[in-house]
Ligand binder design. Structure first.
Ligand SMILES: CC(C)(COP(=O)(O)OP(=O)(O)OC[C@H]1O[C@@H](n2cnc3c(N)ncnc32)[C@H](O)[C@@H]1OP(=O)(O)O)[C@@H](O)C(=O)NCCC(=O)NCCS
Length: 176
């Protein structure tokens, strides 16, 4: 019997955070410390089968610049379900919980999808960003061509031109 729980990072104890890291290391073979850090500081959706953590996703706040606006954005990170537990609705249940947060607290949702994950988000109504992407780096606005065609958004409160430029705020590690 699985249970989905949501909690802010502040309410996760060290053992739970370690279980999240272990799960994400198992799901993504190249997870860096910075990738993990990017998933912290917001609301987590955790799927438990008893004492075993089998799924994780989180949404954190970022500012995305578009059309002269700095949009308050719920940015989804660290979406993964343990391989042998996939296809049981856990991914959907986590995204249901996080999309509720996005719709209630942010002007839009956004995430950078892997090739394998893109269809999962598209089926849930996330839209592929078709315009150029960039990041507001310490050296100024920098194009992030390698992320073009990977960013998905969940429109909530503002009209968006999906073919225009979308710029993310600065952080260490992968910008998107
Ligand atoms: C993507 C992932 C989180 C989905 O988790 P899951 O628990 O298997 O998802 P669900 O069982 O809730 O599936 C929900 C629906 O999405 C579909 N689906 C699941 N994974 C999919 C994928 N990668 N591509 C397309 N559709 C997918 C399912 O067939 C199901 O469709 P249905 O509702 O018509 O039956 C999981 O496959 C995973 O951890 N993948 C590896 C990590 C990854 O790629 N994460 C995304 C990074 S951006």
């Amino acid at each position: 019997m699985a249970e989905v729980r949501t909690a802010h990072t502040a309410d996760l104890d060290a053992a739970t955070l370690a279980a999240v890291r272990a799960l994400l290391d198992e799901v993504f073979d190249d997870l860096t410390d910075q990738d993990f850090e990017h998933a912290l500081g917001g609301v987590h959706a955790l799927v438990w089968e008893g004492a075993e953590l089998v799924g994780h996703a989180s949404v954190i706040q970022r500012r995305l610049l578009n059309g002269g606006r700095a949009l308050r954005t719920g940015y989804v990170e660290g979406v993964g379900v343990r391989a042998e537990r996939r296809g049981r609705g856990y991914g959907s249940a986590m995204m249901d919980a996080l999309e509720r947060v996005v719709r209630g607290a942010y002007e839009l949702g956004a995430l950078g999808a892997t090739d394998a994950g893109a269809a999962f988000y598209a089926a849930r109504g996330w839209r592929l960003w078709q315009g150029p992407t960039s990041a507001l780096t310490l050296a100024g606005m920098t194009r992030t061509e390698e992320d073009d065609g990977c960013i998905h958004v969940l429109p909530v409160a503002v009209p968006l031109d999906l073919t225009s430029e979308l710029t993310c705020d600065w952080r260490d590690g992968d910008p998107w």
